[in-house]
Design a protein around this ligand. Structure first.
Ligand code: SAM
Length: 230
């Protein structure tokens, strides 16, 4: 099994429906806040089910949602059927888009599931799709040396604030015995320090900075904003 298969199947990453709703709302609000103008064309790459995507669409002219998992894309296509301002595309379809298409590209909580080679390939694919003044924002990057306990603490805090503390505790126990944990032990996750990420962006032809605030609730993780280097 690969991480792609994991995300394409049934999983219990969200401890309950409230967790998913609050998570997706928070991500959507954070992405919406990055949109530079109502005319902007935005790509949410590795978007997941993005159940609060209407918050993002409300702030831009056109939103492209892309995810590698066919089952996730099928749900997105159903939800947004008939909307002219939302498109659901596979990564291969994104790759085939015209250069200079996007004012903003967001990739949140994906890098940990990519090998270094896959990360480089993704940056090479996304770079020409950005308008010259466009921004690529990569969020939720896990720094090296962070213990999984910090993720657990962040989930418990989110659960406490969001009214799903007990389900969060139960969810942590469930994760301990889950496919996610087995897969994590088998395939591993990718971690990067901030300087390492900045060097990777530089190598891929971007000028990047680390943003003060991470997308989402886990502030132990990092977000970077990058532009095409001249
Ligand atoms: C942790 S979820 C993040 C979802 C959303 N961005 C968020 O922040 O809630 C990771 C998503 O990345 C997708 N994914 C995994 N590998 C991918 C790849 N190589 N290209 C595009 N999407 C990928 C998975 O299908 C999954 O929906």
């Amino acid at each position: 099994m690969s991480w792609k298969d994991f995300w394409d199947g049934e999983h219990s990453i969200y401890v309950n429906a409230r967790h998913r709703t609050l998570h997706d709302r928070r991500i959507a609000a954070d992405i919406a806040a990055l949109i530079p103008s109502p005319e902007a064309v935005v790509l949410d790459y590795a978007c997941g089910e993005a159940t609060a995507a209407e918050v993002v669409v409300g702030r831009c002219a056109r939103l492209v949602l892309s995810d590698a998992a066919p089952s996730v894309r099928a749900k997105l296509t159903d939800r947004h059927a008939g909307r002219a301002d939302v498109a659901v595309l596979s990564p291969e379809e994104v790759k085939a888009l015209a250069p200079d298409t996007f004012d903003l590209i967001v990739v949140n909580s994906l890098l940990q599931y990519l090998s270094r080679g896959e990360l480089d390939a993704m940056l090479a694919m996304l770079r020409p799709l950005l308008k010259p003044a466009g921004t690529l924002v990569i969020g939720d990057v896990i720094p090296r040396g962070k213990s999984p306990l910090s993720d657990a603490a962040s989930l418990l805090r989110f659960g406490w604030e969001g009214g799903f503390f007990i389900p969060a505790v139960i969810g942590l126990v469930r994760t301990f015995f889950s496919d996610y944990r087995k897969l994590r032990a088998e395939l591993g996750l990718s971690f990067y320090d901030a300087d390492e990420m900045l060097a990777i962006f530089d190598h891929a032809g971007f000028t990047a900075v680390r943003r003060k605030i991470n997308i989402g609730h886990n502030q132990a993780r990092m977000t970077f904003a990058a532009r095409r280097a001249l």
